[in-house]
Design a protein. Structure first.
Ligand SMILES: [Zn+2]
Length: 583
């Protein structure tokens, strides 16, 4: 009796508690962004306030704190497989990969809340589930300062670009050196989002636009998805942003110093997030707000773009679902895979651009002529836009790759992406296509913790290879086909070879003592007149070689059985015709 009375009294006086879901940005002066702790704290309250929201600590990051995923699902279904079965679209929003560019962190909190509280907006979530990474680069967000975004107009303080290991996480999607990236792969492969959005702030030229956009480069997308994205989705986003008073332009990747001479579409190889997500036919966007606009305007423009994004996904939900299903089917049977791209400078179109006149005046630092943009001279004109790329190298997919288990960092990464791997059940010798690396370039200084290779040249040999029980066979009949080709073909821009995963094959392990090998070399040449002839011809053709006794001795060595056959042999082999393997 007493208890009941007390309870009803409490209910009358307190009423249902209405949580304060104003965000730190809204409570501040408009030029302040939430700290990492504030953001997580806010999402915890948001999670507690709504059954339609669930925040999950998904996995570790380099900063020793978990990466959270916030799921907003109006029918309270938080199971990705079940959501896909219901034919709902999933939008993944990622913020704070560069925590100095934090608009998305603040805009997404307000957006997620408004979509639950506003009836009209909420209706759009009938067929769209939002999944949100509140702050991706946690280590960078904790390293807060007010200066490292040198040319940016606010907020008052913000995080740093490098993560806890000083990695730029937007170069880490293939090599996955960071735990952040490992956790991202888990999220991405488990949720398989239809659309991905990663919010940023630009550097570079000055102009009137607040919002610029990098969509996944269309030549690199599956053609069905490219047709939908360029034909329908992008026009809807551009029109919506125009209506919202934030006319957009493509990201200002200028051809010359200023935008006047045209801009170039951004070609993102898979080390970048949208370059990676497109390998799985996820439509990817990187919005870049303009650094010189006030922070509150940039937050608002980011909010509006996400709003237009959700509205478009809601409207085109079935079409996006069908386009992705078709794209995934096409990926399964695709035979030729491009591995590198170059700009086609012969194809150019015109786009409207709201700029400021670029002018020059003497520098007060050096006295030399320096560029400035005159805000008193705004203009509206058409500028050139180059956005057609052509493949530079294309490869025929094999039936399967065989990856020796010794390369376990590679195997770990294939497993992380849920690539289906089979293992040989006994030691086996198989004749199959193998690559020798004949040439490559390497950057002279470390780039993102690696000495990145490029311009790889190959020689293919069909030869017997010995594999051990437990070595891995990767069949190219999977949804992961494109990912597998891009990481295992050495000539692909962001191959594991280029990221140094196979560098130990580039070093010769055994040599010879010249004075002893002289006699053996003489014997070899005696036994092999063809090699002798080759040597003489090379001497005639190459004056340097003719004068270099060591080089000539080495030539004989490299053509003798003493030279190790594994030097420069790429360990991953290509099975070009299906055959029975002990699996
Ligand atoms: Zn950025």
């Amino acid at each position: 009796m007493f208890t009941t009375l007390l309870l009803s009294a409490l209910l009358v006086t307190a009423g249902p508690a209405k949580p304060d879901l104003k965000t730190p940005f809204e409570k501040g002066n408009g030029n302040q962004t939430a700290t990492y702790a504030e953001a997580i704290d806010w999402y915890q309250k948001f999670d507690a306030a709504y059954d339609e929201v669930k925040m999950v600590p998904y996995g570790m990051t380099d900063a020793g704190r978990p990466l959270h995923l916030v799921i907003v699902s109006t029918d309270k279904d938080f199971d990705p497989a079940s959501i896909h079965r219901k034919n709902k679209r999933i939008l993944l929003i990622q913020n704070g990969i560069h925590p100095g560019e934090p608009e998305g962190i603040d805009a997404t909190m307000m957006l997620a809340r408004d979509y639950l509280q506003n009836k009209k907006l909420r209706k759009q979530l009938d067929n769209v589930v939002l999944i949100i990474i509140p702050v991706y680069n946690i280590g960078g967000a904790l390293n807060r300062n007010s200066h490292t975004r040198t040319n940016q107009n606010g907020p008052e303080s913000y995080g740093f670009r490098g993560n806890a290991r000083n990695l730029d996480l937007n170069r880490d999607y293939i090599k996955t050196d960071s735990r952040n990236a490992q956790t991202f792969h888990d999220i991405f492969r488990e949720w398989n989002p239809d659309v991905f959005m990663d919010n940023h702030t630009s550097n570079g030229a000055d102009y009137q636009h607040v919002m610029t956009l990098i969509p996944t480069q269309h030549n690199k997308m599956n053609p069905t998805l490219a047709t939908y994205t360029t034909g329908k989705m992008l026009p809807a986003l551009y029109e919506g942003m125009k209506q919202d008073k934030y006319p957009m332009v493509p990201y200002m990747n200028t051809k010359d110093e200023t935008p006047d001479n045209g801009i170039i579409g951004f070609m993102e190889s898979p080390r970048y997030d949208t370059g990676y997500t497109t390998l799985y036919n996820t439509i990817g966007f990187v919005p870049e707000t303009h650094m010189l606009k006030p922070f509150n305007q940039r937050v608002d423009a980011t909010y509006k773009l996400m709003e237009n994004m959700i509205e478009t996904i809601h409207r085109d939900a079935d079409e996006i679902g069908e386009a992705r299903a078709k794209a995934n089917q096409q990926t399964l049977v695709q035979q030729q895979f491009p591995l590198g791209w170059k700009l086609d400078t012969t194809q150019v179109k015109q786009i409207p651009f709201l700029g400021y006149e670029a002018k020059y005046k003497p520098s007060e630092v050096s006295g030399a002529e320096r560029l400035y943009y005159d805000r008193k001279s705004p203009y509206s004109k058409m500028i050139d836009y180059y956005d057609e790329f052509v493949p530079t190298v294309t490869v025929q997919k094999p039936v399967a790759y065989i990856v020796p288990q010794a390369w376990h960092e590679v195997i770990d990464r294939l497993k992380q992406d849920k690539v289906e791997l089979k293992q040989l059940t006994k030691d086996t010798t198989i004749a199959l296509d193998s690559y020798y690396i004949t040439d490559y370039k390497t950057v002279p200084r470390a780039y993102e913790g690696h000495y990145l290779h490029s311009d790889v040249q190959l020689r293919t040999e069909h030869m017997p290879r010995h594999f051990f029980k437990g070595d891995y066979v990767v069949y190219l009949n999977q949804p992961t086909n494109r990912f597998v080709v891009e990481v295992l073909e050495p000539q692909a821009t962001d191959s594991y070879f280029n990221w140094n995963f196979f560098d130990s094959i580039l070093m010769q392990k055994e040599y010879y003592s010249s004075y002893v090998f002289e006699d053996l070399a003489a014997e070899i040449l005696k036994q092999n007149p063809a090699l002798r002839k080759q040597l003489e011809e090379k001497k005639k053709a190459d004056a340097g070689f003719a004068k270099d006794p060591r080089a000539q001795l080495d030539f004989v060595y490299r053509h003798s059985p003493h030279y190790e056959p594994t030097h420069m042999l790429y360990p991953v082999a290509r099975l070009m015709q299906d055959m029975e393997l002990p699996l």
